[in-house]
Design a protein around this ligand. Structure first.
Ligand code: UDX
Length: 459
């Protein structure tokens, strides 16, 4: 059922946490809702380049509620930043909702990032329905849920844990915050566990995954909360169902990117000959690790394109860019989707952030998993052992992945028999991802049901 203009009076507010890995999926979901005729306002808690955002996301309305939240201030603890975020974002959102209430389009629903559970209370207080949106995998949500309920305690004493509908997990496979070692980690542990403080309240719960990818664990989560629904992967439609014209980028980048340089460079390379390397928007490598990775890429038989964010560049070995200019390209940010979709890219060396993982699966690109922290360790476990679309690097006793290991993993994926198998598996996941979001697929049906319910409640 295409809901079309019938529902154009229905207005939804969408509130992501202010990080690229949270904005991208919620923005993309907003565009999908807008394509069904829903009026959507994406509420951005801070930004430095608002003008370019507006231009690129014309199907939805974007409102900025507090320029002061752009980033954590020096010396500010994570806890203090999160509290400041809560106070300023609540005030901004309240003022915005009141403004819309006085207009012809009062908002009815607030879809909020699950790491901002206070938004549920705010929504109820203002007479809206609250709907949490989980930007992490369902498996990761289920693990946090077990810990939230006290089934396991932190730090873990066992070396492996067994949970329903999941493979046996080693401690290293669990999200890094579970093994709390410092106050910084414990603030983040509290944040991820707080996602469940209002879990029983929201009518719907949206998850950025798809049924076939996380079949068993999704069923288990649905046994806890039946209205938990998959709506992913939230990859722009150009790469999946091609339903939205010109939808080939998320449309709101917090970083400056130079798409042309990357694509022009890739155009000169052979099919499947390039290793694309990126660690997302937050992870930072230590100097020794950066050096090992640099020499590992240089030693490998493949070309490479490496995203090194501006603040990380000083850690590159001296003259590395000049010495490897024949073989590699280092950029400070790129349009990852366009790069992953390029025929020259043969594999993705990734930190396994959930968006990067979903994007690689959806575009059929095998991975070299090099997780850093947070949910990335669990995603890496699934990439290697469950979906079988990649290899996970091994670190030495100091936690460093050495250049020889990097070289070995690259040759395994780019040249070895195992690499062929991974590519075949990745191609299969690509088809299943498309199937989920195409008309009648599991995620599309969930979206339609969600929209139909919105329609009923606003009649
Ligand atoms: C964070 C966490 O680290 C991650 O583990 C969690 O699942 C989501 O929030 P981040 O580290 O930035 O996110 O990684 P990821 O989830 O992969 O999101 C990064 C996004 O930035 C992706 O959508 C990717 O396409 C985009 N990106 C990355 C670019 O567009 N260009 C780049 O050069 C690099």
């Amino acid at each position: 059922m295409e809901s079309g203009k019938r529902v154009s009076e229905t207005h939804i507010m969408v509130l992501p946490f202010h990080a690229q890995g949270h904005i991208n999926p919620m923005l993309q979901f907003s565009k999908r809702l807008a394509s069904k005729g829903i009026k959507v306002t994406l509420v951005i808690a801070a930004t430095s380049n608002s003008q370019s955002m507006h231009a690129q996301t014309s199907s939805i309305n974007i409102e900025i509620i507090s320029e002061e939240l752009d980033r954590r201030q020096q010396e500010e603890s994570i806890e203090d930043y999160l509290e400041r975020f809560r106070i300023l974002a609540s005030q901004g959102l309240t003022a915005l909702l009141e403004k819309h209430n006085r207009s012809n389009h009062p908002a009815k629903i607030l879809i909020y990032d699950s790491v901002l559970p206070w938004a549920q209370d705010l929504a109820e207080h203002l007479g809206l329905d609250g709907v949490p949106f989980f930007t992490q995998s369902c498996a990761v949500s289920a693990i946090y849920y077990h810990f939230y309920q006290g089934v396991f305690n932190t730090p873990l004493e066992e070396s492996t844990v067994s949970m329903p509908s999941m493979p046996l997990l080693r401690v290293d496979d669990l999200p890094s915050f579970i093994n709390v070692k410092s106050p910084v980690d414990s603030a983040l542990l509290n944040l991820v566990l707080s996602q469940f403080s209002n879990f029983k309240k929201g009518k719907w719960i949206l998850c950025n995954t798809f049924d076939k990818l996380e079949d068993q664990v999704m069923k288990w989560m649905a046994s806890q909360r039946p209205l938990i629904k998959t709506i992913g992967p939230t990859v722009p439609s150009m790469y999946l169902d091609k339903r939205l014209e010109d939808d080939k980028d998320y449309g709101l980048s917090l970083f400056q990117q130079n798409v042309d340089t990357c694509i022009t460079w890739l155009d000169t390379k052979g099919i499947g000959s390039v290793v694309y390397v990126s660690f997302g928007s937050l992870a930072s490598l230590g100097e020794e690790q950066m050096e090992e990775l640099a020499w590992g890429l240089k030693r490998s038989n493949s070309h490479f394109m490496w995203v090194v964010r501006e603040l990380e560049k000083k850690k590159l070995p001296d003259n590395f860019i000049e010495e490897t200019s024949e073989k590699g390209l280092v950029v400070s940010w790129c349009c990852q989707l366009e790069v992953l979709a390029h025929k020259a890219v043969g594999c993705f060396m990734t930190h396994c952030g959930w968006n990067s993982t979903l994007e690689a699966l959806s575009l059929g690109v095998p991975m070299i998993a090099m997780p850093r922290f947070s949910d990335q360790t669990t995603n890496a476990k699934f990439v290697e052992d469950v979906w079988q679309v990649g290899v996970r690097v091994k670190a030495d006793e100091k936690g460093i992945v050495k250049r020889e290991e990097i070289e070995l993993c690259i040759s395994e994926i780019m040249e070895g028999e195992r690499g062929h198998e991974m590519k075949r598996n990745a191609a299969r996941w690509k088809e299943l991802a498309k199937e989920a979001v195409n008309e009648g697929g599991s995620s599309d049906k969930n979206l339609e049901e969600f929209v139909a319910e919105l329609l009923c409640s606003s009649d």
